[in-house]
Design a protein around this ligand. Sequence first.
Ligand code: PNS
Length: 171
Amino acid sequence: MQIIMRRAIFPGSFDPLTNGHLDIIRRSLPLFDELIIAVLNNADKKPMFSVEERCSMLRTVIPELKNGGCKLIVDSFSGLTADFARAQKATAIVRGIRAISDYEYELRMALMNRRLEPTIETVFLMAAEEYSYVSSNLMKQVFELGGRVEGLIPEFVESKMREKLKFNETT
Ligand code: PNS
């Protein structure tokens, strides 16, 4: 009997990881045997956290999730998501949809990824309502201007953001 492994990738910038991302990861767990959280190493952007820092934060936070048998892996990649997914022998790309405003961008990406690699399907999961307005960019902006973000990002990530802000203020 051939055992079919359901392996998916969840690509993103994760700069930084939010509770919205964790919600999507949690919802993916029952659907796949293996989920690779794939952190994009995007040389064009000036991120708050390096790709190593983002991977390290994910590796610290995700063991708190009850994985129910789904193996969770954190990895980084450069280049095309479709190429990375193919190289990992994934059959699905997971993306979260928060509101209808996400749909157009996500649809374009899903169709392009399908054109690049027709054997890989994009699976959209709906984020919980309480995170429907949570994005990494909004979290960074509010945090940097002194606003409260508790409950919207993992505590560990918030502590790292505090460290980063302090470091930037003193350098
Ligand atoms: O968390 P984000 O920033 O919304 O994630 C966007 C991401 C990383 C999924 C997207 O920018 C991406 O796939 N980039 C890799 C380059 C690529 O494959 N571009 C074509 C997508 S159709």
